[in-house]
Design a protein around this ligand. Structure first.
Ligand SMILES: NC(=O)c1ccc[n+]([C@@H]2O[C@H](COP(=O)([O-])OP(=O)(O)OC[C@H]3O[C@@H](n4cnc5c(N)ncnc54)[C@H](O)[C@@H]3O)[C@@H](O)[C@H]2O)c1
Length: 484
């Protein structure tokens, strides 16, 4: 099956690469020539564990290609994934301009010789499936191959000929004979994107036509049935045998994605709310979560108290679902609180620094971690950015060290006057306090004696509750966690 994936970001590149590993013939398309050039040279433009290796495998096998030529890629493909960004607009709405541009171009480029499935993998507001269908149709009107087939169809209709296969296909040609739209929301997590793609909790397919759903099911067959040989970099979890496929209508598929992210964001905000109360009453959030997370109705995941959620998805998706609700005259109060609790939480480390250091102006603060979570270089809506900005505004000198994201941060935020360090020890030099912002594994194994020796003051704010307070205090630090 020939597949075209438009957008080689975290979602598109991982999807295309994994489908190629499963034996599909994949061409990944992007408008960013620099990205495509890097990919052709075998280098991944993003950091994602295991991805480089799989890209190399696909390129060597010859069934994974990279291109900036959308039209040619579309012409040769049966399944066309739209996996471009849908960033938030200042109003909270999703910016659909990238999806729009792609959908129209796809319509203009189809060869109309076979029926294509245009699949929305980007996270898009409810109703976007129908909207994409309309845009592809608009593009089709400008498509010479489609116009030619329409003319042939009209001629076949006039001659009244319905006897040959060709005339039967052409007679009364409709856009749905040429393409169908489906929704296939993505649930991968950056940092474990390959594993999440090969071993997902479920695959959601939204379609109005059963043919589209069947073709997508067939595309994913090796994952659904777990019949592929697991790559060394992503071994199959023990006991993992099959993946449920949720086949539904377009609107429900789109809503499933928003509901999932809104729920996960709400879980974290809930844990932070409880953590803030724990702190006031003298309870320990880690113990509290351990106790209530063991309830099988609740579960322990996504209940880590800390500096709050970030990343490219939660904030924009919760804002988008709030906006959609408002459009339908509904006020989603719970979701608004999810956002406001998170906003407040990002401010908590600064309050803790004030509590211990009193004066922030003139102090040197070291941030351990910049990425919105470990194992990624993604700093979109990362809490670290807001914490750094607030400290800088208060007159602090801000240093930072992230094992992967220093360079991305310096490039994307030249306005932030952060001093970047190459390791935790050089970060700690001259610092009055350190703040763990991202729970990279190496921060859990810091040699606190060595760290403390080069610091100006020994204060550690553990914004992710990853350290043992007693051990930190035994190394002579003042320790402040979240909700403990
Ligand atoms: N990142 C995640 O963890 C994640 C998880 C699930 C769903 N999603 C959703 O998937 C979508 C993509 O997210 P992402 O993080 O991969 O985005 P991204 O910003 O990393 O990548 C988007 C890519 O699309 C390219 N692009 C934009 N316009 C184009 C065009 N006209 N033609 C070709 N390429 C074009 C950009 O150059 C970029 O490389 C979003 O809707 C997002 O909400 C993301």
């Amino acid at each position: 099956m020939e597949v075209c994936v438009v957008g080689t970001g975290y979602v598109g590149l991982v999807t295309g690469t994994c489908l190629a590993y499963l034996g599909r013939s994949v061409v990944c398309v992007d408008i960013d020539e620099r990205k495509i050039q890097m990919l052709r040279e075998g280098k991944s433009p993003i950091y994602e564990p295991g991805l480089d290796q799989l890209i190399t495998t696909g390129v060597q096998r010859g069934n994974l290609r990279f291109s900036t030529d959308l039209a040619s890629a579309v012409k040769e493909s049966e399944v066309i994934f739209i996996a471009v960004g849908t960033p938030p607009l200042p109003t909270g709405k999703a910016d659909l301009s990238y999806v729009k541009a792609v959908a129209q171009s796809v319509g203009r480029a189809m060869d109309c010789e076979r029926r294509c499935i245009v699949v929305n993998k980007s996270t898009v507001p409810i109703g976007s499936g129908n909207w994409v269908e309309m845009l592809v149709k608009e593009g089709l009107q400008e498509n010479p191959a489609y116009r030619e087939r329409l003319a042939m169809s009209a001629a076949a209709g006039q001659s009244g000929s319905t006897t040959t296969t060709v005339s039967r296909k052409l007679n009364g040609l409709k856009p749905e004979d040429v393409f169908l739209v489906a929704s296939n929301p993505e649930f991968l997590r950056e940092g474990s994107a390959i594993t999440d793609t090969f071993y997902p909790d479920r695959i959601v397919i939204g379609a109005t036509d059963s043919y589209a759903a069947e073709r997508l099911r067939a595309l994913y067959e090796p994952i659904v049935e777990q019949t592929f040989l697991a790559p060394a970099s992503a071994p199959r979890p023990s006991g993992f045998t099959a993946v449920p496929v949720v086949t539904t209508d377009l609107a429900s598929a789109e809503m499933i994605k928003y509901a999932a992210n809104a729920f996960l964001a709400t879980k974290i905000s809930f844990a932070n709310e409880i953590a803030n109360i724990c702190e006031r009453v003298g309870a320990d959030i880690k113990e509290v979560v351990r106790g209530f997370g063991l309830d099988s109705r609740i579960g322990p995941k996504f209940l880590n108290a800390g500096v709050g959620w970030g990343g490219s998805c939660f904030g924009k998706d919760v804002s988008a679902i709030i906006d959609i609700a408002n459009e339908y005259n509904y006020e989603p109060e719970l979701l608004r609180s999810t956002v406001s609790v998170n906003k407040r939480q990002r401010h908590v480390p600064v309050l803790k620094l004030q509590e211990v250091l009193k004066i922030i102006k003139g102090k040197t603060i070291g941030l351990l971690g910049l990425a919105f979570k470990p194992e990624t270089d993604d700093i979109r809506d990362a809490p670290a950015l807001e914490i750094a900005r607030e400290l800088l505004e208060m007159g602090a000198r801000v240093k930072a060290y992230d094992p992967i994201a220093n360079e991305v941060c310096a490039k994307q935020h030249p306005d932030l006057k952060i001093e970047y360090a190459t390791d935790a020890i050089s970060l700690a030099e001259d610092c009055d306090a350190l703040v763990i912002v991202t729970e990279w594994e190496e921060f859990q194994y810091l040699d606190l004696n060595q760290v403390g020796e080069v610091m100006n003051g020994k204060v550690l704010v553990d914004g992710r509750n990853v350290l043992d307070p007693a051990a930190v205090e035994a190394a002579g630090f003042k320790y402040r966690g979240i909700g403990r």
